[in-house]
Design a protein around this ligand. Structure first.
Ligand SMILES: *Cc1c(COP(=O)(O)O)cnc(C)c1O
Length: 351
């Protein structure tokens, strides 16, 4: 979801932005009007996440998946090797991408054998102190798990895919070397990828790599080496304004916690639905549950859809149900879901 006030604001200036005489979609990215938009987007994200001055903020394309290749290409030159934690599908893909490119990477922990129902515990002694970085996926969108705290990797830079939890709560950016996120889950429409990278990590890029993937080039050009995803960046700016208007990330976090608690408390109070994720790894953004009967799961998603509760079908790879309750989902939306779940359970007794 995107916040309704954001969509309404975008609609109101869709055809003509300010007194520019044109839509943001029509502007040259080099125009003064657009320059103000992208600069403001960066300034607002810095304010929202309290990003220190020694970090660069990049607005890129290609999705989080492109960063699966960009991360090793930009960083592994530091020491020649890197460590990965595989806590779900996306972190598995990130690991495989680095392997595919021929880099010396190893998986230091995985919860694959437990169907990714929790995140591995990471301790400093598991990490190669000579690794260029440790890669984690902070919130596992498909399985509905999240690291309860920032893993301690000692002096080895931590690289985190935050696609499905960025700006859902405050994070201490200084504990990360790199944070990246596809914007379409919690920030903006598809087409934008945000990379937040500590400056001293910009100097290790492979000599032979696509310029478009080089963070340093993008940083030196203010994300305008080529045409950036102009409209998605503008939408992100409106989303940042919306959150700051609510009071910032502490307020957003409290709202998200209240929504997640309502749903998890219900799941814990009954035995019709099962929540497969271990409590200490529960995600605040993606809540997964099953009835234990694949046919009933299918019926649930279909009837929920008819009742106006959309996109509840679990990821195609795991089945079951998944309620993605990102920032823009109102508390009332979760109340309606819980009411529907009760009704469905009463009307569909198990055999
Ligand atoms: C959705 C998602 C991705 C893939 O993002 P794209 O922008 O589609 O490449 C990667 N990682 C996580 C955690 C995701 O949720």
């Amino acid at each position: 979801m995107l916040p309704l006030p954001v969509l309404e604001k975008a609609a109101s200036e869709l055809v003509c932005y300010g007194d520019s005489g044109m839509s943001v979609m029509e502007m040259s990215h080099r125009s003064p009007e657009y320059d103000a938009i992208i600069k403001e987007a960066e300034a607002l994200l810095r304010k929202l996440m309290q990003i220190p001055d020694n970090y660069k903020v990049l607005f890129l394309q290609g999705g989080a998946s492109t960063q699966f290749a960009a991360v090793p290409m930009n960083l592994i030159g530091r020491t020649g090797k890197a460590d990965y934690v595989v806590s779900g599908q996306f972190s598995g893909k990130a690991f495989k991408e680095a392997q595919k490119l021929g880099y010396n990477v190893r998986c230091i922990a995985t919860t694959k054998d437990d169907n990714f129902d929790h995140v591995p515990q990471i301790t400093k002694d598991m990490v190669d102190p000579d690794a260029s970085y440790v890669h984690v996926c902070y919130n596992n969108t498909i399985y509905g798990t999240k690291f309860p705290e920032v893993p301690d990797t000692g002096d080895v830079p931590l690289v985190a895919d935050m696609s499905s939890c960025i700006i859902s709560e405050p994070v201490d950016v200084t504990k990360f070397g790199v944070i990246y996120a596809g914007a379409q889950k919690n920030m903006a429409p598809a087409g934008l990828t945000v990379v937040i990278v500590r400056e001293d990590l910009l100097d290790y890029a492979q000599e032979k790599m696509p310029t478009m993937l080089e963070w340093k080039t993008m940083a030196e050009n203010g994300s305008m080496y080529n045409t950036p995803p102009c409209f998605a960046i503008y939408m992100a700016k409106l989303v940042y304004e919306w959150i700051l208007g609510l009071g910032g990330l502490e307020v957003m976090q409290a709202m998200n916690q209240r929504k997640a608690k309502l749903l998890y408390d219900y799941l814990d109070s009954q035995d019709y639905y099962l929540a497969p994720v271990k409590k200490e790894s529960r995600s605040m953004m993606n809540v997964t549950f099953v009835t234990g009967d694949a046919e009933l799961d299918k019926k649930f998603a279909s009837e929920a859809g008819k009742a106006g509760l959309k996109s509840l079908k679990g990821h195609r790879s795991v089945g079951g149900m998944r309620a993605s309750i990102y920032n823009a989902m109102p508390y009332e939306g979760v109340e309606k879901l819980v009411a529907f779940m009760k009704k469905f359970a009463a009307e569909n007794p198990k055999g």
